[in-house]
Design a protein around this ligand. Sequence first.
Ligand code: MG
Length: 435
Amino acid sequence: MTTLVAAGATDVGRVRTSNEDEYLLAEPLYAVADGMGGHAAGEVASATAMEALSAAFDGNRSGAGLVDAVRDANRAVWEQSRQSSELRGMGTTMTAVALVEEDGDETLTIANVGDSRAYLLRDGELDQLTDDHSVVEELRRAGRLSPEEAASDPRRHVLTRVLGVDAEVEVDSFEVIPYRGDRLLLASDGLFGDVSDEDIAAVLRRRSDPERVAQQLVAMAKDAGGADNITVVVIDVTDDDRSARASTRVKSGWLAAQARPVSARRAPDTDPKNDTEEMPRAVLAEPGPSPAREEPVPEAAAPTPEPKKGRRLKLATVAFLLVLALLLASATAAILISARGSYFVGVQGDDVVIFKGRPGGLLGFQPTFEERPGLRLADVLPSRADELRRGKEVSSLDGARGYVRNIEEEARAAPVPPGTTPPPSPSVSPPEPVP
Ligand code: MG
């Protein structure tokens, strides 16, 4: 039996005048929503979404039920926004996690729309489970912005997906098997917009209870500027289901049809920091507001196998590219050695000349002049002259010099001095020098 202990905290921050964030602690279901819209619309959007989410999930407490509940929440906000001009255009993010039983195994299903995040701390390592649906993060994932550029890009608050702006919405979802010791964090961008993942990880690694950790995280974001509303939910897996360990880590089924794997994961860092401050605000457990709980809760959330898959894939791609680069480099080196590491004896004007490289060049590597041994073309046997015009390849400079000496002596030993009667390029070898 998986057991969870959860707590939440929220704060308006140091700049905003109202808090449009919401969080939900409703035992097997936990969520964070970050509303947006003019006047009170943002608050209405996040509260409406939470109520609809909770009510719909109660009707179907399964992984697929959670995804449907997020869709219901979208529909509820969208319909409400059409009720009055004041609410038109309102929307909200939604990051929800629920402990559900699928085929006898307890798993955590995570569903996400927008840029509120779910993180998992496991074995001291912090991973971001969800993808932000924002312009900047999508550009970063596509490799068109570096992480540094993304962090300061003015479009980082522009969302590509949000609840309430359309009748239908695409929901990211995936499953994580909970293990005892796992710590899950749901957070609105008011937290990670001001606080680094390293600092978040440092606080999560402390052994404090979720209540205290939640308050510390909110306080840290306020200390860092508190530019936005800050909301966090911290969920500890205090016990797990032994059968879960024996089972496979990821299940698909309905997920295959509608879930999308999550991407970014980050490695943690250590960094102690900070103390307290706070905090709280609205918490809804069901239609109708209810107080937040900070009690041990059942069921749990856990890590994401999918993201790991994504990372492995990326690693595999990088490894492949590296190997490819190495192969190309060795091929280039081999060509270079072949093109530049050998010699040939050829002709330049009337002179016999030693070149470095291959006759005619190789793949763009042209031969270069090495030395002029002082032998004229007219002074070698006609057959040698042809050979020289084609380029006589040798493996070393010494070999080239030896070859030049040989053809020089060969000509000298010939019955008729070649220089006196140079026959026009005979294609047949001349008579061998006869003693
Ligand atoms: Mg926000």
